[in-house]
Ligand binder design. Structure first.
Ligand code: NAP
Length: 482
């Protein structure tokens, strides 16, 4: 199988925060890989912008180091060519210096994209100055990063700030989960095959589990994370987006607003979550290791590093099928997967002794992207009619062979979509607000009740009560494993 690389049109991409962690770890190494694949045209230019005083050569050196450190294997000759496309402007988002220079570097007649890889508190300053200095026009695109707000009020304020300078059609709110190959494959599987969609409803689906598990703790993000927590940091955006793609109705066509309209309807149909359908956890200190409260340097922290919840969708397709979501840090394995468990066959012609299995469609987002469908077959051999589950396995790495290495990672794909002007995989303002409108009362509830998250051991599957959340329903979580 050969993946096709279609070059994008010429562009100038300005990365505010071009010296920051995200730019060095993800954005620039990703752009290098797109360049190496031939997708970036010869006339493309990338301009880093930040306060640090350095010249273009200094920036190229910084990015060469970043690609070497974070970009995987690279070809030194190709990297040298890539670096020739880079430039740098020292600029203070809150000041006046540097803007005229930036304006002189951004060319007419090419696509303009401005990546705001800075703290959200700077979005308004940058948007205003880009407009004041005539650098951004009606066709320019801006890319903004999460967190998009801390709650509904701040998200609305952020939307209003951006809307003062840019139309919604120019704003690309990144949720990198949407850039993953398998997430798009989820739509291809649902809407490109006859097999699944007729069964994709509460008549046939028993439950859906979405798990995003990390093995790392909060790392260096302690102070940010302690003001956020798993619900805000992961559920409101990433898990919510995955849930939308699984649950939405088929859009009439694969176009940005058609897809986002359907996702929005799902969010608006979410039932409020009852307090006994939520379990929050905090990883405890281990022997010789630190716990969450040590890591965030807040001995009384009530912020959750784990959350599990049972979610209902009040519409014709999904009423009666629970969605179980869980995410957390310092868990047993690093894995992200969606598992759709179908109901039992109505009757076993083979008798109870033959065994009783369920079809499960598992969509794996990381570490190895792919899908498996557990189907029931006869146990091979002369042992009579006994049934076993066998996975029909489609690991992308195996199915695509060496081409799998050319699958762009989420950031690469999304940046190329910005250049192509395709907003399908980006969150619209009303979607983000609807997600906060659903999340806010839940958070307000546990804050009001003064709830303390339950401790759980590092390397476990989360707190005991999370297990009970499913046991009470006669179900169990899938094992957290890679
Ligand atoms: P970071 O490492 O702290 O980098 C911040 C960048 O902004 C630096 O390049 C900094 O450079 C620049 N900057 C700060 N103040 C500025 C100002 N007044 N004018 C111009 N530039 C300024 O942060 P980050 O981790 O890269 O994160 C950037 C954004 O992405 C944040 O909103 C973050 O929440 C989001 N994000 C990050 C990650 C990640 O993995 N890092 C993941 C998801 C989302 P100077 O100090 O030289 O000005």
């Amino acid at each position: 199988m050969v993946s096709r690389v279609i070059p994008v049109d010429e562009f100038d991409l300005v990365i505010f925060g071009g010296t920051g962690d995200l730019a060095r770890r993800k954005i620039l190494p990703g752009l290098y890989r797109r360049f190496a694949s031939g997708q970036m045209p010869a006339g493309a230019r990338i301009i880093g912008a930040a306060r640090s005083d350095m010249d273009a050569d200094g920036y190229r050196q910084m990015i060469a180091d970043a690609v070497a450190e974070f970009g995987g294997t690279h070809d030194p000759a190709v990297l040298k060519d890539f670096l020739a496309h880079l430039d740098y402007v020292a600029i203070d988002a809150k000041g006046t210096d540097g803007w005229a220079e930036l304006g002189s570097k951004v060319r007419d007649g090419v696509i303009h994209a401005f990546y705001f890889s800075v703290a959200p508190s700077l979005f308004g300053d940058i948007a205003q100055r880009l407009k004041e200095h005539g650098i951004a026009g009606d066709a320019s695109r801006i890319v903004v990063e999460k967190p998009f707000g801390h709650d509904l009020g701040t998200a609305k304020a952020l939307n209003a700030t951006l809307a003062a300078y840019f139309d919604e059609g120019q704003i690309y709110r990144i949720d990198h989960y949407l850039g993953k190959e398998t997430v798009q494959n989820l739509m291809a599987v649902r809407f490109g095959n006859m097999l699944f969609e007729p069964l994709w409803n509460s008549n046939y689906v028993d439950n859906i589990q979405i798990t995003v598990a990390e093995t790392v703790g909060v790392g260096g993000r302690g102070s940010y994370y302690d003001h956020s927590g798993a619900m805000r940091d992961m559920v409101q955006n990433h898990l919510m987006q995955l849930l939308c793609l699984i649950a939405m109705e088929p859009p009439a066509k694969f176009d940005p607003d058609a897809v986002r309209d359907e996702k929005l309807k799902v969010i608006r149909a979410l039932d409020p979550v009852a307090p006994h359908h939520v379990v929050r956890g905090q990883y405890a200190a281990t022997e010789g290791g630190t716990g969450y409260r040590d890591d965030v340097e807040n001995p009384r922290s009530r912020t959750e590093s784990f959350v599990a919840l049972r979610v209902g969708i009040a519409n014709w397709r999904w009423a009666g099928t629970p969605f179980y979501l869980r995410t957390g840090k310092k868990l047993r394995a690093r894995t992200s997967e969606i598992a759709i468990t179908f109901k039992d066959a109505p009757h076993s012609i083979f008798g109870e002794d033959a065994g009783w299995n369920r079809n499960v469609l598992t969509i794996k987002l990381q570490p190895n992207e792919g899908m498996t469908l557990d189907v029931t077959i006869k146990e091979p051999g002369p042992g009579g009619m006994r049934l076993i589950d066998v996975p029909l396995d489609m690991s992308f790495a195996e199915a695509l062979g060496p081409d799998a290495e050319d699958i762009p990672d989420a950031y690469e794909r999304l940046i190329m979509d910005v250049i192509r002007g395709n907003q399908t995989l980006f969150m619209r303002g009303d979607e983000v607000e609807a997600a906060w409108a659903w999340t806010d009362p839940l958070i307000a509830g546990w804050e009001k009740r003064g709830e303390v998250p339950q401790p759980y051991d590092a390397g476990s599957s989360g707190p005991e009560d999370a297990m009970m959340l499913m046991h009470r329903d006669g179900r169990k979580w899938r094992e957290i494993r890679t």
